[in-house]
Design a protein around this ligand. Structure first.
Ligand SMILES: Nc1ncnc2c1ncn2[C@@H]1O[C@H](COP(=O)(O)OP(=O)(O)OP(=O)(O)O)[C@@H](O)[C@H]1O
Length: 684
């Protein structure tokens, strides 16, 4: 790896955020809605190429060097209109309802039915109200008028009672459903995220899309909530509208026109907020990382001994200030837009009321109809207002939710879509004229590499930092696909293999191994126990010297390997590395890749592992990456990489004897501690 960190301590997620923020991080669970919507990129219609963003700018004032991106998507957002909202919201709301349906059909059906019923009750109440008014305003004595009104009054009371009960029911069902809808969206997001190409994580745009989708999942519950309120508002609007239209046909279209300014203001304001968030999306990522680093146990010692707190805090504040500035700008602009919308809306309502008075004054409608119209107008106005304001909320939530929808559909442009060949086994892995360039990189990490490794063989990769060893091992393991050339497994191109089926045949000890927050047993079996109970687990532990570690644990294999929960135990870096090696030895895979497997081990443990590697690795094709050159003496062949090319290969003895070669030079340097060799570090 270009940047290597020390072994991690607790578990995978913490390891990620601690050691290699570039590779991943755990996001604080409660972050989403507590924080103001800040910024997001996604630019989703643009194919992810990894090339430099089309338009970028950097914060010149605070040296943050965070590239802002996504201008194309910003343009699309800018272009959103009320018309878009009316088209898009029902679609997204339906998607959220479908999500709820997926997790709990009965509650979803119950909730939708109660909202519908509530709307019908409101409509009936309104009709009863107009009936009551008409009866009271009619001619005749009071008793006769009251008699003709009692049915309407009874209906009025009954519908009010029914609506109160339905309100409690909808609230109860919504509270049950909203969290599970959100959780389901998060689960679906996670499923999509594990099904992307590994190379996706090398692309910052993908990371932004992933972040946006993750946040979108958090808004799924809210959107569902909006959807069910929209149903109620629509039903009540239809009811009120019917009554109003029956009083005089001009009232309804007038009222609809009157709601346009507010609808426009709501949509504009939601778009501005969303845009603001998009602008500072990368800042948002950086801020979360900084917060984790500042508060994390794993970096706590380095922050203290490096006296880094002021620097990190200043950076944190600078990033936050940038985000707040963007947010404030959007809030101010949103307030202005709302003010304009309210002013025009007020004017338009005035026109409606003046029209009503004119209709009454000119005798076009009766006094009784006028009274009924007042109630109908209020109902319809509330309905219209409900639809525009809930619609705008749904629109805003939908903008975030859309990112989730897109991510699920295309996995940020990196869905694992390879062949369907199911390898039964793997006997020989070959690289032929293999070239690989990371997404967005300006040069190849590997160039024209050809090699093969067969079962029963150990092939070692050595070379200076950044020479391409880890990259090559990942290509051999089908984690990456070649830019050109090919990697084949028993003749089959890795592009044609079903990736999940292929990875059943790989066992890897990476430099940054995962520390799963599970028991020692689960850390070794990776949740895939083999027949034979603990016997194969113990054998793997013995071969990797993890047996000493496990025997020292309070509950042996059943000990939780993290102190994050009570009863767990913390392992040292080297102790956990032994568990990681046991994990690979345990896995019945034809291809075994060991990338600096003993970097944290003491000499005894390291000696034990290499002395036993032949036995542990028999019947496997083994690729070993190591900087400690004595370790590669046991390999059948050693390949020396330099700037992504194989520049030497042979047996260990041959390479040591080749005095003109890089291997010999590295070997001498590794054994010279007197400073007798004037060594200049080479640039990679
Ligand atoms: N995720 C990545 N994105 C872009 N470039 C990368 C990435 N990982 C590695 N590289 C680049 O690829 C080249 C080879 O890196 P690689 O990690 O394979 O080297 P290595 O030989 O394993 O190094 P080391 O000995 O330090 O582990 C380096 O120039 C590095 O900068």
């Amino acid at each position: 790896m270009a940047c290597r960190h020390g072994p991690g301590r607790v578990h995978a997620a913490r390891r990620h955020r601690r050691r290699t923020p570039e590779r991943g991080r755990r996001v604080p669970p409660a972050r989403a809605r507590a924080a103001p919507p800040t910024g997001r990129n996604t630019d989703r219609r643009e194919p992810v190429t990894g090339a430099a963003p089309t338009t970028t700018h950097q914060d010149a004032d605070d040296d943050l060097l965070i590239v802002e991106d996504g201008t194309e998507y910003a343009d699309q957002l800018q272009a959103l209109t009320l018309r878009h909202m009316t088209r898009r919201v029902p679609h997204l709301a339906a998607r959220a309802v479908a999500l709820a349906w997926r997790v709990d059909r009965r509650s979803t059906a119950g909730l939708l039915a109660s909202q519908l019923l509530s709307g019908v009750a409101q409509a009936t109440g309104l009709l009863a109200m107009t009936g009551t008014i008409a009866a009271l305003f009619s001619s005749g004595n009071v008793i006769a008028r009251l008699e003709s009104a009692w049915v309407s009054v009874a209906l009025l009371v009954a519908t009010a009672g029914l609506r109160a009960v339905l309100g409690i029911v909808t609230n109860w069902l919504a509270l049950r459903l909203i969290p599970v809808v959100k959780e389901e969206a998060e689960v679906m997001f996670a499923e999509a995220a594990v099904n992307v190409e590994l190379s996706a994580f090398d692309n910052p745009k993908f990371r932004d899309r992933k972040e946006a989708a993750e946040r979108g999942a958090e808004w799924a519950g809210e959107l569902f909530n909006n959807a069910q309120h929209l149903i109620a508002a629509t039903v009540s609007l239809i009811a009120g509208g019917t009554v109003l239209a029956s009083i005089h046909p001009v009232l309804l279209p007038l009222l609809a026109l009157a709601s346009i300014p507010q609808g426009w203001a709501q949509v504009r304001s939601a778009t501005l907020t969303r845009l603001a968030w998009q602008r500072v999306m990368s800042h948002s990522r950086m801020r979360y990382l900084l917060r984790w680093f500042l508060a994390d146990q794993e970096t706590a010692d380095q922050i203290r001994t490096g006296t880094m707190a002021p620097f990190l805090m200043a950076r944190y504040r600078a990033v936050s200030a940038r985000m707040h500035a963007s947010h404030r700008q959007a809030t101010d602009a949103g307030a202005l837009v709302s003010l304009i919308g309210a002013a025009f809306g007020g004017l338009a309502s005035g026109v409606v009321w003046v029209t009503l008075i004119w209709l009454l004054a000119t005798g076009r409608i009766s006094a009784a109809s006028g009274g009924a119209a007042v109630f109908a107008l209020r109902t319809v106005a509330t309905g219209v207002q409900g639809i525009t304001s809930i619609g705008a909320q749904a629109f805003r939530n939908g903008l975030y939710f859309q990112d989730w929808v897109d991510f699920l559909r295309e996995a940020g442009g990196y869905r694992l879509e390879r062949g369907t060949l199911q390898p039964e086994d793997v006997h020989e892995v070959r690289a032929e004229n293999l070239t690989y360039r990371y997404d967005g990189a300006h040069r190849d990490a590997l160039t024209d590499v050809t090699l093969s490794v067969k079962r029963g063989e150990v092939v070692a990769l050595v070379g200076e930092n950044g020479s391409g060893k880890t990259t090559l091992s990942k290509l051999l393991a089908a984690l990456y696909l070649p830019t050109s050339g090919a990697v084949t497994w028993d003749g089959a191109d890795t592009r044609d293999l079903d990736p999940h089926a292929a990875w059943k045949h790989t066992a890897v000890v990476p430099q940054d191994f995962a520390r799963w927050p599970f028991t020692a047993r689960q850390n070794i079996t990776q949740g895939q126990p083999l027949p034979g109970g603990d016997t194969p687990i113990r054998a793997a532990c013995q071969a990797s010297s993890a047996d000493e570690v496990v025997d020292g644990l309070r509950n042996g294999l059943d000990t939780l390997l993290t102190r994050d929960w009570a009863g767990g135990e913390a392992l040292s870096g080297g102790q956990f590395q032994r568990i990681a090696i046991a994990r690979a030895f345990y896995r019945p895979a034809g291809l075994l890749i060991l990338d600096e497997p003993t970097s944290a081990l003491d000499p005894r443990a390291e000696h034990w592992i290499f002395a036993n590697l032949r036995t542990a690795a028999k019947d496997r094709a083994v690729v070993l990456v190591s900087h400690r050159l004595t370790n590669v003496a046991m390999a059948d062949r050693v390949l020396v990489l330099d700037h992504g090319r194989i520049i030497q290969q042979g047996t260990f003895a041959e390479l040591v004897a080749d005095k003109a070669g890089l291997f010999h030079e590295l070997w001498r340097l590794q054994h010279d501690r007197q400073g007798t060799i004037p060594a200049q570090p080479t640039t990679t």
